[in-house]
Design a protein around this ligand. Sequence first.
Ligand code: SF4
Ligand code: SF4
Length: 384
Amino acid sequence: METAAPFKEAIDELRENGAEAFKFCYQCGKCDTVCPWNRVRNFSMRKLIRETTFGLIEIEREELWRCTTCGRCPQECPRDVKQIDNIIALRRFAAGYGVFPGPVKPIRTVSGNLTADGNPFGEERAKRADWAKDLSVKTFEEGMEILYFPGCYLSYDARLKKVAAATVKILNKAGVNFGILGAKENCCGESIRKTGNESLFKRLARENIKTWIDHGVQKILVSSPHCYHTFKNEYPKEFKVNFEVVHISQYLYELMNEGRLRINKDYAKKVTYHDPCYLGRHNGIYDEPRALLNKIPGLQLDELPESREKSFCCGGGGGRIWIETPKSERFANLRLEQALAIGAEELVTACPYCITNFEDSRVVLGHDDLIQVKDITEVLQEVV
Ligand code: SF4
Ligand code: SF4
């Protein structure tokens, strides 16, 4: 038996939780036409919006948790319905009642881990800087050029620690005076916020902000578009702070243009670039990663069929990175097939969630020998 929340209470709570624009929807269905879910199974944002309008919100349904917040449908909506705000408000509502349907249950553990250790994996906070042990990375001190904030995946995940190491190697080559804050760093909180846990987001964010102020941080370099998005847009909006935030793809482009970083080797490979949703669509950073790759002699950069503003989501945003998705429903599998179809030897991207999902797809689809998945820094480290 599913629970339909009482009409007035649900609508009022949704309004309080930031969803209001659902009332403008006129059910055209353009959102469903572009939603990546409808390439792997049925899912209707249009229907969810309609149910919201009538207060018929069944908070036990997994449908509430499907949206990856990829940002594709708001581009098409003629009524500016703000589907993402709406879905997050619905999740806040469900999370407020402690309702997490089957596949979404890991969110509870993730929230517990973030509360206890500042990372989603339940790894010890004290080990957050272990990735940097053999790389002679300095601790950040006031007056340094930039704070490097690798984020949770690059700090703890075996595959993604290689991206952190590549970043350090490049920064050292360019002579950048940078440091890290290791165990003093928390998860940025972007994804847990998208699961409706507003109080945990605020707690993680406040602690990060306090740490940065205490250490005299002014400029922050990030590897994850999710960290970028929340530091650049959400922290200033919620907490009125104004740190300068740069994504690694922007920063490396800047270093090259300033002549601090030089390419001195060829890279004779066919490469394609996947735009992460939170770097591209949500923040408009499309050109710098491509410009970096195009500077490399020998590298052939071919575009994927759905790229830039229309980039196809990997499936990892909106907290979905922590939710088990059946193999037949993984968007990343389709993206990997697209890369193979254009003859790419390497699928390059600039987001830890995309890398995690694409690496998984390589194994699931048995394409390990056909294509490599790389972060843009892993390509750059080979040629500088
Ligand atoms: S595109 Fe906008 S107006 Fe059309 S059904 Fe979707 S939410 Fe409603
Ligand atoms: S934001 Fe993306 S995943 Fe969510 S409903 Fe819109 S198109 Fe689908």
